[in-house]
Ligand binder design. Structure first.
Ligand code: NAI
Length: 289
């Protein structure tokens, strides 16, 4: 199967690795050559680490790398049977990209979005063949996280849904079907985790490092909420909260945080920029920023 991936950032790169490992021919596209270069370099590093750990050998590494080609035009995805979009969380931009993609591809090619919070129905509605559109929501880091939410829109055909369920299982992931509602399952359940932590911090009740420590020590979480927001990206996490808030008719339970908005505006996006709530060295949080 030929898989097109749009966006070579955090998620697109991870999903490319998953599909390539499963034996698909992957074409990874981004508007930024630097993103493609970074993605390629990161895969090299990740696979080298897997060799060190004895999980794969050199042959497997070459096989996975050989399955991915890095392309600089959307048209290059014309022959993909399945395309997964993982670009900026903005409905208008996604719709434009999908409309252009549809003009290059066969009518039965599946078009999927990795959106965290946007309506799949409204993405699908912009296309001539909306029945081919579906949401497939991976978690970060995609190669390590087994769960994938599969979100058919009301327009999605049963056939596309069934194919997607099978593909996700073939990729050795655990698929769960979710209705097309804001934040689907996990991002909705997770909103209060981030939101309450941000409110405790903003009310001056505790520092964010203390909140993280408490949640890890007692809550058993691998990362505290602030480490997790930095890991996801403050831009991405903020936008998801804002979308869920708006889509639930401004329900105050999901109110976004100014603190995170300012970090995002300042470019303090977290691990990916080396600075967020924490400063990062070699990918590890060192001091509060
Ligand atoms: P990112 O910021 O790491 O990467 C986005 C990439 O898309 C960048 O390389 C950018 O150059 C590229 N891009 C932007 N516009 C483009 C266009 N028109 N055509 C082609 N490439 C374009 O973002 P990330 O974190 O990978 O998120 C992507 C999507 O995945 C978003 O919809 C987000 O909500 C969703 N998501 C993010 C998760 C996370 O933990 N970061 C988890 C699950 C879903």
């Amino acid at each position: 199967m030929k898989v097109g991936i749009i966006g070579a950032g955090t998620m697109g790169s991870g999903i490319a690795q998953v599909a390539a490992t499963a034996g698909c021919k992957v074409m990874l596209y981004d508007t930024q050559q630097t993103a493609l270069d970074k993605s390629k370099a990161k895969l090299e590093k990740v696979l080298a680490r897997l060799i060190e750990k004895g999980r794969i050998d050199e042959t497997e590494k070459s096989r996975i790398q050989g399955n991915i080609s890095y392309v600089g035009a959307l048209k290059d995805l014309a022959t993909a049977n399945l395309t997964i979009e993982a670009i900026v969380e903005n409905l208008e931009i996604k719709r434009k990209v999908f409309q252009e993609l549809e003009s290059y591809q066969a009518k039965d090619a599946i078009i999927a979005s990795n959106t965290s919070s946007l309506s799949i129905a409204s993405i699908a509605a912009s296309l001539e063949n909306p029945e081919r559109v579906i949401g497939i929501h991976f978690f970060n880091p995609a190669p390590l996280m087994p769960l994938v939410e599969i979100i058919p829109a009301i327009q999605t055909s049963k056939e596309v849904q069934e194919k997607m369920v099978k593909i996700i299982a073939d990729w050795k992931k655990v698929g769960v079907l979710a209705k097309d509602t804001p934040g689907f399952i996990v991002n909705r359940v997770a909103r209060p985790f981030y939101g309450e932590a941000l409110r405790i911090y903003e009310e001056g009740k505790a520092s964010f490092a203390e909140i993280d420590r408490a949640m890890k020590e007692l809550g058993g979480f691998r990362m505290g909420p602030f480490e997790l927001m930095d890991f996801i990206g403050n831009d991405v996490n903020y936008t998801v909260t804002e979308t869920v808030f708006k889509e639930f008719y401004y329900d105050p339970r999901y109110k976004p945080s100014f603190t995170q908005k300012r970090l995002s505006e300042a470019g303090y996006l977290g691990r990916k920029t080396g600075k967020g709530f924490y400063n990062y060295k070699d990918g590890k949080p060192v001091t509060p920023s």
